[in-house]
Design a protein around this ligand. Structure first.
Ligand SMILES: [Zn+2]
Ligand SMILES: [Zn+2]
Length: 151
């Protein structure tokens, strides 16, 4: 497989995972698996959350595809597996570290994208909020308002 096709597939899987996460968050985590997501909405500084089970669930197809792809030389599987894994890392860095500070970091990066996306997720955490189910992408209005501010 040509390298640019491989990279495109990795990127496609990465962005598709944002859609999968949004869908899962809205219809499953806030639906019949609320029992696993509920403790993520109780911000009391607990170290482990039942919600972490979702990260494990999403890691399984990624691990499977990477191994299967690498062992059998299937570039399609490998690219999609890597895309899912990269999404998982980005999700963890942004959602768990940047937004919720589960690992303390002294100096966090600041930019308009991060500020807008952070604001949207914090609003998701407001009591009775029923919007902003995405993780790495927020509704457009957050970016518009962040970009229209003066620095
Ligand atoms: Zn939620
Ligand atoms: Zn959260």
């Amino acid at each position: 497989m040509a390298w640019y096709l491989f990279v495109s597939l990795v990127l496609f899987a990465f962005f598709f995972m944002e859609f999968v996460s949004w869908f899962t968050h809205k219809y499953i985590m806030h639906g019949f698996l609320w029992i696993l997501h509920r403790d993520h909405h109780i911000r009391d500084g607990r170290k482990m959350e039942w919600n972490d089970v979702f990260a494990l669930i999403f890691a399984l197809p990624s691990v499977f595809l990477i191994f299967k792809g690498a062992l059998s030389g299937n570039s399609l599987f490998l690219a999609i597996g890597i895309g899912i894994a990269l999404y998982g890392m980005a999700y963890f860095l942004f959602h768990d570290i940047y937004v919720h500070g589960r690992i303390a970091i002294k100096k966090l990066p600041q930019n308009k994208y991060l500020r807008a996306t952070l604001k949207a997720h914090l609003e998701h955490h407001q009591p009775h909020s029923n919007h902003n189910y995405g993780f790495l992408l927020a509704p457009m209005k957050y970016y518009v308002s962040e970009w229209s501010k003066k620095d």
